[in-house]
Design a protein around this ligand. Structure first.
Ligand code: HEC
Length: 103
């Protein structure tokens, strides 16, 4: 019984530290690539990460990052002013975790 609880806590702890790492990496990507146009909670040249987190799925977010030229109409924009970013799968996951943290 006691062992089971300790085991569960260890699993929860490792899940928490993985997502803490994703958050940290996601924030670093934001500061490097996105902050010139996006603010976490305020509208800037692009919409805030908070408003994005509240209305978009992970795949909409990642699609817009990789191919904004294909996604912008589907997301309701009349023109595309965001450049594409060739991020790895891991980087896409990290930036998505970071964006979703503002929900
Ligand atoms: C040059 C300015 C610019 C940069 C840099 C930029 N964006 Fe954008 N972003 C925009 C604009 C403007 C839009 C509105 C749609 C469009 O223009 O395609 C947008 C839209 C988005 C959307 C969809 C918004 C919605 O309504 O759901 C996401 C997600 C997004 N950006 C994420 C990012 C991420 C993540 C980065 C960094 C990797 C980034 N953007 C970098 C300008 C920018």
């Amino acid at each position: 019984m006691h062992k089971a609880i300790v085991g569960t806590l260890a699993v929860l702890w490792s899940v928490a530290s993985i997502s803490a790492n994703e958050m940290k990496e996601g924030e670093a990507l934001f500061l490097k690539l996105c902050w010139g146009c996006h603010h976490p909670t305020a509208e800037a040249f692009g919409p805030s990460f908070q408003s994005i987190a509240r209305k978009r799925s992970d795949s909409e977010i990642q699609g817009q990052i990789v191919r904004p030229d294909l996604l912008y109409k589907q997301l309701g924009y009349t023109r595309n002013a965001m450049p594409p970013f060739a991020l790895s799968g891991e980087e896409l996951q990290n930036i998505t975790v970071y964006i979703k943290s503002f929900k």
